[in-house]
Ligand binder design. Structure first.
Ligand SMILES: Cc1cc2nc3c(=O)[nH]c(=O)nc-3n(C[C@H](O)[C@H](O)[C@H](O)COP(=O)(O)O)c2cc1C
Length: 348
């Protein structure tokens, strides 16, 4: 094919595109800028990748920077994950930059094989949840670092199961998020059950709060250690949240107690209370009906690191039937009468 024929074909194609652009009525940009307007759509398409891989610095981006992602990828593939962090950052000129100072004579880091090496070393929370209000089942979380709430529905069942198994391995608490307790939350990790304004997993068929169901769920086999009441959607203040119908599978619907394939709405406010007083009444009602499950260790059995004296630990709350040995550990536990839920929790 001669050059002239080739140029004629290219010219004809460009002319056809230009004619189409000028005559079409969908895109103002193409009408105003025939042919070159297409580059805008192309750049828009590849823009995120361009920014992510070429323009954005290694330490920016949320929720994870490129450096952090690199570490995660390498760790998940069991590759060498010894990367340096921080050396190319502006540490001196940035206000409030957190710096952990080196010790001149650091402690010896325990190594596998050392006598004092404990592979299950835990860093318990400093706070004993519930003790300030004298809850029957106040407890000290075994870990200061836990898994924040991400609902089943926003997360897949596999993701929820993986997090729960991880919580069991790490000995930390797994917050269910507001989507209810599902079978994927029952992989050995202990739970904080989050109750949001939709009361998913804790509602009647009509959608109102069902205290009996809460009581029954906690009293059943669910390893719920605490209940968290979520007041509103941080990401959508004043609006609430929606799980679109297409995402509400029968399994998700079951965990939430809502119909499948229908938009699942978290209202912007709790129907059960309207001010601080009524909110506290609600908290007390839920606490009174639950708080009745002992997990593997009793409430304050784990001393915070550095506190070896039982006298430094919080006292047994009033009404507790727990007997205390001289080591400060509970030696017997009586079942709590409030645990006998009259309705059965969902079976799967
Ligand atoms: C997929 C997904 C689902 C979430 N669902 C909930 C939820 O049900 N309840 C809640 O309180 N927060 C929820 N969050 C917010 C997280 O708990 C957390 O507060 C938020 O991701 C900010 O923390 P981060 O910066 O560590 O990601 C969700 C977050 C994600 C990414």
């Amino acid at each position: 094919m001669s050059v002239t024929v080739f140029l004629a074909i290219v010219g004809a194609v460009l002319l056809a595109i230009a004619l189409y652009d000028v005559l079409q009525r969908q895109h103002a940009i193409l009408r105003a800028f025939p042919i070159v307007g297409h580059f805008r759509y192309l750049l828009e398409e590849v823009g995120p990748e361009l920014r992510q891989y070429i323009i954005t610095p290694n330490t920016e981006e949320k929720p994870f920077s490129r450096y952090q992602r690199r570490w995660i990828y390498a760790s998940s593939k069991r590759q060498n994950n010894y990367f340096g962090f921080g050396t190319d950052q502006e540490v001196d000129g940035s206000p409030n930059y957190l710096i952990i100072k080196h010790s001149t004579f650091p402690e010896r880091a325990p190594r596998i094989g050392d006598r004092d090496f404990d592979p299950a070393y835990r860093m318990p929370a400093a706070k004993v949840l519930g003790v300030a209000r004298g809850r029957r089942l106040a407890f000290r979380p075994a870990s200061a670092v836990n898994i924040s709430g991400m609902s089943f529905g926003a997360l897949s069942g596999n993701a929820s199961a993986a997090l729960n198994e991880g919580a069991a391995l790490a000995g930390c608490l797994h917050n269910t998020g507001e989507g209810g307790v599902s079978p994927d939350h029952l992989r050995g990790g202990e739970l904080i059950w989050q109750l949001g304004s939709g009361y998913f997993g804790a509602r009647t068929a009509e959608g109102s709060f069902d205290l009996e169901l809460v009581r029954a769920t906690v009293a059943a086999e669910h390893p719920v250690r605490a209940i968290e009441i979520k007041l509103s959607q941080g990401a959508q203040p004043g609006i609430g949240g929606t799980l679109p119908a297409a995402k509400v599978t029968p399994r998700i619907a079951r965990a939430r107690g809502v119909p499948a394939s229908v938009d699942c709405v978290s209202p912007p406010r709790h129907p059960e209370f309207l001010d601080v007083d009524s909110m506290l009444d609600f908290v007390e009602r839920v606490a009174e009906a639950t708080g009745c499950r002992w997990a593997s260790s009793p409430p304050w059995a784990t001393a915070p690191s550095g506190s070896s004296s039982p006298s430094a630990w919080p006292a047994s709350p009033a009404g507790s039937t727990t007997a205390w040995s001289s080591s400060g550990r509970a030696s017997s536990v009586s079942p709590n009468p409030h645990c006998s839920g009259s309705r059965s929790a969902a079976t799967w």
